[in-house]
Design a protein around this ligand. Sequence first.
Ligand code: GCW
Length: 834
Amino acid sequence: MFRRLFLIAFLLVPVLAQAESGLDAWLRYAPLDEAAARRYRDAVPPLVVTFGNEAVIQSAKSEMLRGVRGMLNRNLRAEARVSSEAAIVIGTIAQLRQSAPQLAPAGSLEGDGFWLRTVRINGVRSIVVTGETERGALYGTFALLRKIALGESVTDLDQKEIPYSSVRWINHWENLDGSIERGYGGRSIFWENGKAREDLSRVSDYGRLLASLGINGTSINNVNADARVLTPEFLPQIVRVADTLRPWGVKVILSVDFGSPRSVGGLTTFDPLDPGVIAYWKNKADDIYRAVPDLGGFVLKADSEGRVGPSAVGRTHADAANVVGRALKPHGGFFFYRGFVYDNRMDWRNPKNDRARAADDNFRSLDGKFDDNVFIQIKNGPIDFQVREPASPLFGTLEKTNQVIELQITQEYMGQGRHTVFLVPMWKEVLDFDMRARPGMATPVKALVAGKTFGRPSGGIIGVSNVGLDESWYGNHMSQANLYGFGRLAWNPDLTSRQIVDEWTRLTFGDDPKVVETVNSIQLSSWRTYENYTGPLGLQTLTDIVGNHYGLAVEASERNGWGQWHFADEKGVGMERTVAKGTGFAGQYRPEVAKMYESVESTPDDLLVFFHHVPYTQRLKSGKTVIQFLYDSHYDGADAVAKYVSDWKALKGRVDDRRYAEVLAQLQYQYGQSIVWRDGVANYFFKMSGIADTKGRVGNYPGRLEAEAATLTGYAVRSVTPPEGASGENAIDCPVATGCTVTFKYAGEPGWRDITVRYFDVNSGTAKYRLKVAGQLMAEWTATDRVPTRRIDSSSSARRVIEGVLLRAGDEIQIEGIPEGGETAGLDYIEIGG
Ligand code: GCW
């Protein structure tokens, strides 16, 4: 009896109890339940056939073996030719025609497309996975495995898929020392101490993830480029990375520095029209292609944020781009010239200045002047990956120039992997936005960037990924959905957000309906939720623009050259970007779109203060005033995260323990931060506008006891900058090495209460805290988190909840803080609830 019970328990838990690291992301190939596995064992032949030794086809074969072993617990046999036996046959159309003509399809496939077919010969049923290119065959292999993992039928296949555009690339902002600009999942998988890492196995793992999505190229170094990448000594490092990615069909792209001819090339100038400079780029391209013949090309950030560019030598972006483009051309290479050109020393006092205008202003007059292998790489919005921006007008402007859209997978302004924000719905809005660029036809951004609207030879979609060495790749399991979603959209932008997230969830966490429903709904609402508590209506994120782009600093964007101004004052908020009254940015769009943004009435609420400066009492389409909406949305946002936490908790035992615990910790942290944001932004606008929250919440925090108002022993009160980063605008910290104490008096009704401690966990030390009630130790902890600040501010604001404490009137609640390193055991408040 006991043994039976034990056996049943054992059978039920094994898959779940196994801790999963997240390393395999959506390619886990978790065992199917026995009934499904049996069905597939009948449908999937026991043999895999591939032809030749080409590396990409070898990857396809090993992936098929791995997937079938994992999901169906079956070891496929591998052969190099077909026989009368049923088989999974993987190969290019040409290989099939040559070695198994009876299985070859008639006709051809475009680009890296694939075709999955069931072919019956003499009653024997084989599965043929083919493409015009090896890549296509590899993509088909992943597609077939995905179908099995998702429980789709594979018995009568005839599925052909052609990617929407040919450029489906990733960028990385990795420095050669191994650090990553705007990377939140650990150190670089590519670089260490100025060289390619000794162990590049994570690069191979990554190539596999990219290939599973049909991504066919990646840059491997920061667009803020180190000129050393073009030196002969560095070339072997590039070769090693390219060799590692090649079996996955992923081409390498290099970020280059426009100043290289002078800084590392021994010339006296980098003027693109100088014959020496022209020769420099040509020779460089020749050398690199000799070593890496399938290099994808170069990407360049010029004349932006301190990078040198053609303006320094009186040349245009087209002069610059074409010289490098022509050097790459004989090798089939592409050149990506970033449209992210702007002046970060702009004068904010001039009401006509507007960073949003920069891309269009820079490139409009150059349309048609770029060579055919040159692309303008345009960020989705006119500013910089903010939580809400309109589509960049430049997509609609360029007719005779190739373009690609640049999306940001790494969550720079979106919570940096510490907040769950699923970006696919945001990307979909941009990709589907009709720029009205050609009369009589739909001209959504996706069609424009793919080159379909104006018949350009090529185009596509690029995502800034910045994965790191952490096993979860992004520092948060939920963030992997952004890479997955990016890849799926790059392949097919017509997929819906729901389709994408549903695939991702089931591949990543299994198909328990409760898990699927919960994860899908968290992901699908997460962008709106994040926007709600970090500044809606087109305010953009209110993160610290001049600092870490993470914590809250409502005015950081104002009165500086970076140009992301919202001009909040006593009367109203918003940046006037109309033609009639403002910077004229709205007029950069084609007439129908320009007209929509020109008037307050027709501008969607989500972008209202991006385009217009309006009074706080302005009514939105819902009838609510702007100010009340600002308050409500911040409370709604924080409430939504509270619900994510409780919904996730209901999944205990349904998700493996490790990822369950890690995602729970992430969501709990996010909830804590959402309260900081809620209170900070709401109080800022309350103070600014003087208009009270009709629901009485803003400025009123029942149960909250400010540390600065309590009895302090050793602790000192300090003001926080910016003030909205701390409750009551003040905090306390401990200048005494041996420790300090703060004592609160409980004056409420007796009973069991939860005590929430709001403290500061900076990244330069590990302070200790002890909480006592009436002299009895209730909790102790160490502040070990690593957030991007060494200061007491909203970024370091952390939260500890001590549940179920018995309190009597008059009880003393005492917190002892012991500083360590640069961490001064700061505290903001306690809150007694429950
Ligand atoms: O968003 C900004 C980032 C910079 C980045 C720049 C760019 C690589 O804050 O870190 O630099 O954009 O896209 O060039």
